[in-house]
Ligand binder design. Sequence first.
Ligand code: SOE
Length: 386
Amino acid sequence: MVNKSPLRIGMIGTGFMARAHTNAYKRVGDFFPELIHRPVLQAVCSRTPRKAKAFAEQWGYQDHTTDWKELIKRTDIDAIDICAPNDAHAEIAIAAAKAGKMVLCEKPLARTVAEAQPMVEAVEKYGVKNTVWYNYRRVPAVTLAKQIIDSGKLGKIFHYRTNFLQDWTINPDLPQGGEALWRLDINTAGSGVTGDLLAHCIDTAMWLNGGIIDVSAMTETFIKERKHQLTGKVEKVGIDDACIFHGHFQNGSLGLFEATRYARGQKALYTFEINGEHASISWDLHDQNRLGYFDHNDESIVRGWRSIHVSDSDQPYIKRWWIPGVCIGYEHTFVHHVADFLQSLESGENCSPTFREALETQKVCEAVLESAATRSWKDTGVVWKG
Ligand code: SOE
């Protein structure tokens, strides 16, 4: 590492997201060689000693521990990456900020707004760099959608329609809780699809189309009771299995959002379509390198939906990778996020979404859950500067 400034990472967690982030730390220097900072895999933490050791050996962390507090105290760590379940985010993030560490937190920021608020205050009070891993913003086609919208090509926006559909919890015999299934346990996760899936849709939507000001929602829990992994008892399921809401954006457009884990056949079908006065855009995670684009200004005889293969060097992030026309994938979104984070250390800018921006997504999630519980419209209280 010639003339590079190490950014020593303390990773908390060893699951799917810890792998995705670690891969990004390892790859970023090769593909963004001009960046001054280079991640160094300093130490990884898991409550299970065997997992901590195995993860460190497999992914190349220099050290491992079972105690996140010890990790945060270490003077040879610059940044804490929180890939632990949602109920651990607040305590770890606040302690890390107090210790002067940068904090990169997996989404959603927290379980509730009340939990998220002091996290924002802590990173701002202690002046530490922070970001939340809403990775889909950094799919090149999604970033291109942002550029097109910001250029004004769509004109006035009327509609924002989005889905995140999965099918992995249909089986009623699936237990809740424990290491693999904490997303089904209300105490650990905070909510079901609203915090896990709609949070992505809301983050992308507000980034592309501005703040969501009010919502009217319904949620459903299809399987009412499941055995809990930790207690062995059949317990009430507290999470939302499905959630549908609509609402108004600050710019006057209408939003329609749906997420479920009960769409048989859909594994991670995240889609959005945006309809403007002059043009429309559509995107689909299952075909993530393509962006649908319809321009009403096209000559009428050739007017129609274009399917733009976002793989050319003048499109976002693409020149970093291979040759025009070949594809990149899911893992690259995390590499792009790390690259932008490292760039923000050089420029002094924030790396979006910051904790403060992610708090706005949290407010929408909470308003959605409250609206569903009370069967009434709720103002979100979102402050969106965009
Ligand atoms: C849930 O299955 C999940 O892994 C989410 O937690 C992620 O945030 C989403 O990107 C894919 O689905």
